[in-house]
Design a protein around this ligand. Structure first.
Ligand code: DGJ
Length: 555
């Protein structure tokens, strides 16, 4: 009897499993391609399309080890939704999915996808494969131990580092194989398209040397620069990044030669050389993954501190000066992304926001900075998304209300979520823009928008530089909804004044109304006049991401 029961239960389980597998497989296999997350141009913007509609990633990246445990994550999911995130960035590491060569275990991946879906969150997975912050700490132990089969980056003195070399095809193929298995599995199980995009590796590049000094690398360094790269540089010489162009011109615009002959003997040549090998390696991994499941994929850069040389910063990483090298060497990547931890956010974000490279910021600060930067990035730079790092370590502090560090970002995300349909409709057109006033030098900013010159001034008196001080930066988004009618929102203490951008008339404020979040609902609240808007002469902005409808007239 027991045996019969046992068989009944387990045979039924097996049948269910086979049915489920085939069902999920067939669903995803035959899913309409526009249901699968993909990128699409709209005007000058490139948008992420999710379930057939454009989507803004209001994200946050988990600390590195949080998602390695389902039980550790259990209480965290609801904290993430409380912070108004719609997407979580979390690592999936090679060591956890392929603990023994060829034996894959996707239990954790399935559980993470399912938990995210249950919490109404989307995911961007970070493939911690061959590299994480230049190191190879996330490769499986069987890779770590076999340094012969999986060779390392070597130092000047011949000592190995704990970094796989990107010049080895056996490193590349093992990574690509594991990643392809992961993507195949995601295609089969992710019927709700919870996984939106994949980051390939994390902050790649070499330190502390400026390049790999193994024999393999030395031979490649003395060999001719690959033809497709030189070809691209000579054909697009008007449109390539100045550092690469400058080095090529200074070395005599050669169309053949080894790396130093073509780009000169400065340290940056080592960086270009490594960039080519990282790009082609990452491309092979991406290509293998996309062959299984084709969703957007990108790789991210650790940026450069002022005056740092290659090797002091991640040499060969997807930095702005190597964007063209990545374009030629990694055609399967959809874009490259900056992790922005510097206060000149506009400069770095701007360098990654160029034709053919939409802006997505997988790591940055949260709090007041993140809030202000989000309004600027989505408004001015048509960003696909933004994601403060260590989001699970930033708890909403109770009692301190709208000024607590994390609630500033949560407030901004709530506003952006509410405005997302109109932002997405206007991205790529001239009816959406933004400004950021940042750094200790900038006291004001100007923007020309919708027929007006708008001046933004600090409203606060001091210029404190604590990271959680809302007065440190101002970020504003402008949406034109009609002639002389605008929605304006942002973060930071500022006053805005308006002037027509042509003619001798004066701009007057016809009306300012505020829309605020009350008990979870956005409602039109007050008509602002008198002291609240400088007797009808200015718009005052605070740090709490209120939405203002501003109507102007001319007299
Ligand atoms: C940047 C890395 O990409 C992250 O994984 C993490 O290590 C942070 N730095 C820590 O600040």
């Amino acid at each position: 009897m027991k045996l019969v029961n046992y068989l009944n239960t387990n045979v039924m389980k097996l049948v269910k499993c086979i049915f489920c597998f085939c069902f999920l497989g067939s669903l995803s296999g035959f899913a309409q391609s526009d249901k699968i997350p993909h990128l699409k141009k709209q005007g000058t913007a490139t948008q992420l399309i999710v379930d057939g509609k454009p989507f803004l990633i209001l994200g946050g990246e988990l600390a590195n080890s949080s998602a390695s445990s389902i039980s550790y994550m259990e209480p965290i999911w609801s904290q993430l939704t409380e912070q108004n995130l719609n997407t979580v960035l979390l690592p999936v590491s090679w060591e956890l999915i392929e603990p023994q060569e060829g034996k894959f275990d996707f239990t954790i991946v399935e559980k993470l996808i399912s938990a995210a879906h249950q919490n109404n969150l989307k995911l961007v997975l970070l493939w911690f494969g061959s590299w994480k912050n230049t190191y190879s700490s996330y490769v499986p132990e069987w890779v770590k131990r076999d340094t012969k089969r999986f060779p390392r980056v070597l130092m000047k003195d011949g000592r190995p580092t704990e970094r796989l070399t990107p010049l080895s095809s056996s490193n590349r193929d093992a990574d690509a194989k594991a990643f392809a298995s992961l993507m195949k599995h995601i295609r089969m199980v992710d019927t709700y398209h919870t996984v939106l995009m994949i980051q390939i590796e994390n902050e790649i590049g070499v330190i502390p040397e400026s390049r790999d000094l193994s024999a393999l690398a030395n031979t490649a360094f003395d060999s001719p620069v690959p033809e497709p790269l030189i070809d691209y540089i000579s054909k697009h010489s008007d449109n390539i990044e100045p550092e690469l162009h400058g080095a090529w011109v200074a070395a005599g615009k050669k169309t053949n030669g080894n790396w130093q002959e073509v780009f000169g003997k400065e340290p940056i040549t080592d960086d270009f050389f490594m960039a080519w090998y990282y790009a082609t390696y990452v491309d092979a991994v991406t290509k293998a993954g996309k062959a299984e499941y084709n969703i957007p994929m990108f790789t991210n850069a650790a940026l450069i501190r002022p005056n740092y040389l290659p090797g002091q910063y991640n040499s060969g990483g997807p930095l702005p000066h190597s964007i063209d090298i990545y374009r030629v060497g990694a055609p399967h990547l959809d874009f490259i992304s900056p992790d922005i931890y510097f206060s000149n956010f506009a400069y770095w974000a701007g360098r990654y926001n160029r034709e053919g490279n939409p802006l997505f910021i997988p790591e940055t600060y949260g709090g007041a900075e993140g809030a202000a930067n989000a309004f600027f990035a989505f408004g001015k730079l048509n960003a696909i998304g933004l994601s403060p790092f260590g989001i699970d370590r930033m708890r909403m502090s109770s009692g301190t209300g709208a000024t607590s560090y994390q609630s500033l970002l949560a407030g901004a995300y709530s506003t952006l979520q509410h405005l997302a349909p109109i932002i997405l409709q206007k991205q790529g057109t001239d009816q959406l823009s933004g400004i950021v006033v940042e750094g200790s030098e900038q006291r004001s900013g100007k923007i020309s928008f919708g027929g007006y010159n708008i001046t933004v001034n600090w409203a606060g008196t001091g210029m404190p530089d604590a990271q959680n001080n809302p007065n440190r930066r101002i970020g504003i988004m402008f949406i034109q909804t009609d002639t002389d009618e605008f929605l304006i929102t942002g973060s930071g203490s500022a006053t805005l004044s308006f002037n027509p951008d042509s003619g001798s008339q004066i701009a007057g404020i016809a009306s300012i109304d505020e829309e605020v979040l009350i008990n979870g609902k956005w409602i039109w609240q007050r008509r602002l006049n008198g002291d609240e808007n400088g007797q009808g002469q200015i718009l005052r902005l605070g740090s709490n991401a209120v939405i203002y409808k501003v109507r102007l007239y001319r007299y």
